[in-house]
Design a protein around this ligand. Structure first.
Ligand SMILES: O=C(CO)[C@H](O)COP(=O)(O)O
Length: 255
């Protein structure tokens, strides 16, 4: 059976409202507002979340938040709760991106709490895990992924319906100066993560790849047996770039 990949982008700390509007307008004018061959998702910054979710409401494109706290409300100045992002129209929450782990004190424990909270509110949790360059170069990728995978699912109440996606994003592959992971290497890490999940939960979860995905490597990555989708940064920040990758991947998976 042909796979239906997740293909999405986080805008990180980019785009004014006018720029968000332009991206969404291009998306809405495309052939992909209702797409059976891929699950599209867009993760704007909080400032544009309500507006983008509203604008894409009638489409099949999922809109997510880049983070959400584990508490529903309270004295947590500067934080945004899962109740609030859901209220803005988000149905997905990205959790544990390496930039948050590195710069904002996100830990395996807070990631686990946030995943459980997002799921408790009926949203999909998209959890980023990944090895640092130091872990990669010293052969400790598997150890890092095992630790982060276990923490990501540790607090979820699995007796209830829960949608959790994992994004394998090697830290050394992300952003300017990042090296895209070799597709075979990425696939092997996805095999490992899925094995851990099967042992832990009795079933694997979808695992997406992220880190310097671009028009030149997207198809080969998406073709890997255990890569269930692509999580794209810079190459998808212009709607035309995003739609170009979506078009190429869908066409390649048909053949
Ligand atoms: O989060 C990411 C995808 O949205 C990830 O950090 C990859 O970013 P990129 O290297 O700019 O594609």
């Amino acid at each position: 059976m042909q796979k239906r990949p997740w293909i999405g982008t986080s805008w990180k700390m980019n785009k004014t409202l006018a720029e968000a509007d332009r991206f969404v307008a291009t998306l809405k004018a495309s052939d992909y507002t209702h797409c059976e061959e891929a699950q599209l998702f867009v993760i704007p910054p909080f400032t544009a979340l309500h507006r983008v979710a509203d604008a894409l409401n009638e489409t099949d494109i999922i809109v997510g938040a880049q983070n959400a706290h584990w508490k529903d409300a309270g004295a947590w100045t500067g934080e945004i709760s899962p109740v609030q992002v859901k209220d803005c129209g988000a149905s997905l929450v990205e959790i544990g991106h390496s930039e948050r782990r590195e710069h904002f004190g996100e830990t395996d424990e807070t990631v686990g709490l946030k995943v459980a909270a997002a799921v408790r509110h009926g949203m999909t949790a998209l959890v980023c895990i990944g090895d640092t360059r130091e872990e990669y170069e010293s052969g400790r990728t598997a150890e890092a992924l095992a630790r982060q995978t276990e923490a990501a699912v540790a607090h979820v109440d699995w007796s209830r319906p829960a949608q959790v996606l994992i994004a394998y994003e090697p830290v050394w592959s992300i952003g300017e100066g990042g090296t895209p992971a070799d597709p075979d290497f990425a696939n092997e890490q996805h095999v490992l993560v899925k094995r851990l999940l099967r042992e832990r939960l009795g079933a694997a979860l979808p695992v997406l790849y992220g880190g310097s995905v671009n028009p030149g490597n997207a198809v080969e990555l998406a073709r890997q047996a255990e890569i269930d989708g692509l999580f794209i940064g810079r190459s998808a920040w212009q709607a035309e770039g995003y739609l170009g990758i979506v078009t190429d991947v869908i066409a390649a998976l048909r053949t």
